[in-house]
Ligand binder design. Structure first.
Ligand code: NAD
Length: 479
């Protein structure tokens, strides 16, 4: 197979050359499938300088023009969707059907902000006297550093780039080193749609190196980061020194509460999907399943049956497979460590727990179900980010709420019940940015998505996200 050749995007040009390159691995075969350059200090300095200079014109650009370019970009992404989706499957592992869905969302989000940007408006006040006119307006911040993870590399980049560009900022993207290629090809479509040179740039290389250097630059007005809570903390403490504005979309440890009055079949189907989709590598994966004790056995048996029906395969050869490999060996190692810890502390392995026998190569792992779990286990406290579903019983509503809230994370939680009063009471008492009642759609275009507590600061994917990329200004005029 020919290697996919990645490039950086600096001032609208593709930059292939660099002293160092990084390999990109296909997690289904463990073979090298591509490479990208590693940005050096010169590249980073040049990019920051270009992005800063380009801000002057782009921030003054008429919103209608920005809107047209974003719509054209969405169309260009749709034209290239199949190619980007294939690269995404090859570097990340998710089946092609899933990759196609991700690219579709990443095009749609450009259209969404192309319209939403027109609705940003200021306020006029005539409060103090007839001779003082106060205007409050929103203005773009400047150069945005957008740092993104491997699990939904394209859509999570789109969640930052689209609102940042829509509001007149310029952007430097640093994609995950595991999955840079799909992001580069996506960004290139936006540039080809007519974005002026220097407005959208992309640097590749190890996070620590490239991001640290970006953070130190006074020209970077804001850092928008999606990734683990651990990396988020490091970035925030560094950014604190330079007083950067921040949006942080971090890790989760999402609980689901299944009450005895729930539609059990629906709850099982949804929970299996949300526990194992993308091999559990989703920030809003279900990580802790709490089931009311009287229906525990029925739930567990149906959950195992449904899990057994999932098809695991190489997502290029079998585009409609339910699950592909995990994205990296590190992910498999962490998943195994969490299972081992749980079993050592008394958990019962009901299904899975190992590499599937029919795959000699690749980071494949069986969807895994464990019961008899307790609050001392890593699996019930830390984000596994792997295909493991731990199931635990709860006695009553208050215990269910307490168990759900005992996590330091506060991204998404889910509840299954047919009792409307209970649904309202529980959702108001769960300390999470999103609560799904009888459904598992955690993040959807148009609605705010953001974490409470250790899951982050700020929101994405809605009109609220536009204001993450805008400064407020009061203009006081004496007449
Ligand atoms: P990660 O934190 O390892 O990496 C994220 C990005 O940060 C990458 O681009 C990486 O190169 C860079 N990076 C890594 N170390 C760095 C450092 N020391 N300094 C600066 N940058 C650094 O995360 P990941 O493994 O790519 O992604 C998985 C994590 O992302 C999970 O915790 C998941 O929950 C979280 N996530 C959160 C959301 C959300 O919306 N809340 C969405 C998706 C993923």
């Amino acid at each position: 197979m020919t290697l996919a050749k990645g490039f950086m995007i600096i001032n609208g040009k593709k930059v292939f050359d660099s002293k160092d390159t990084m390999q990109v691995i296909n997690p289904a075969t463990e073979e090298v499938m591509g490479e990208v350059p590693v940005a050096n200090k010169e590249d980073i300095d040049k990019t920051i300088d270009i992005a800063q200079k380009s801000f002057l014109n782009w921030s003054r650009e008429n919103p209608r023009t920005r809107s047209k370019i974003l719509h054209a970009a969405a169309e260009r992404v749709r034209e290239e969707a199949e190619k980007i989706a294939e690269i995404l499957t090859l570097e990340q592992g998710k089946p092609l059907k899933e990759a196609r869905g991700e690219i579709k969302v990443s095009a749609d989000i450009l259209d969404f902000y192309a319209e939403e940007l027109k609705r940003v408006k200021g306020i006029n006040y005539w409060m103090d006297s007839n001779y003082i006119k106060s205007q409050v307006i929103y203005q773009p911040i400047g150069v945005i550093g957008a740092i993104t993870p491997f699990n939904y590399p394209v859509s999570l980049t789109a969640f930052k780039v689209a609102p940042a560009l829509a509001t007149g900022n310029t952007v430097i993207v640093k994609p995950s080193s595991l999955t840079p290629l799909s992001v580069i090809y996506y960004l290139n479509c936006i540039i080809e749609a007519g974005l002026p040179d220097g407005v959208l740039n992309c640097l590749t290389g190890p996070g620590g190196q490239v991001v640290e250097y970006l953070l130190e630059s006074p020209a970077i007005g804001k850092v928008s980061f999606t990734g683990s809570t651990e990396t988020g903390r490091k970035i925030m403490s560094k950014a604190g020194k330079y007083l950067k504005k921040m949006t942080l979309e971090l890790g989760g440890n999402s609980p689901v509460l299944i009450f005895k009055d729930a539609d059990i079949e629906r709850a099982v189907n949804d929970c299996v999907y949300r526990s194992f989709r993308n091999m559990g590598q989703i920030c809003n994966s279900i990580n802790r399943i709490y089931v009311e004790k009287s229906i525990m056995d029925d739930f567990v048996n149906s959950f195992i049956d449904k899990s057994k029906s999932l098809v695991i395969d190489n997502g290029i050869k079998n585009p409609d497979a339910d699950l592909g490999p995990m994205a990296s060996l590190e992910g498999v190692i962490k998943t195994e460590a969490h299972i081992k810890d749980a079993l050592k502390k008394g958990a019962c392995l009901k299904y899975g727990g190992k590499k599937p026998e029919n795959f000699k190569k690749g980071f494949f792992f069986e969807p895994t179900v464990v019961t008899n779990v307790n609050c001392q286990m890593m699996i019930m406290n830390e984000e596994t980010f792997g295909p493991v579903a731990p199931i635990m019983g709860f006695e009553d509503l208050e215990e269910g709420i307490r168990l759900s809230n005992r996590s330091p994370y506060g991204l998404v939680s889910y509840v299954y019940t047919k009792d409307l009063s209970k649904a309202i009471y529980v959702s108001e008492n769960l300390q999470f940015g999103t609560v799904g009642i009888n459904n598992i759609i955690g993040a959807e275009v148009g609605y705010p998505y953001g974490g409470w507590k250790d899951s982050g600061i700020g929101v994405e994917v809605s009109e609220h996200a536009l204001y993450e990329y805008l400064n407020l200004k009061h203009i006081r005029i004496k007449i």
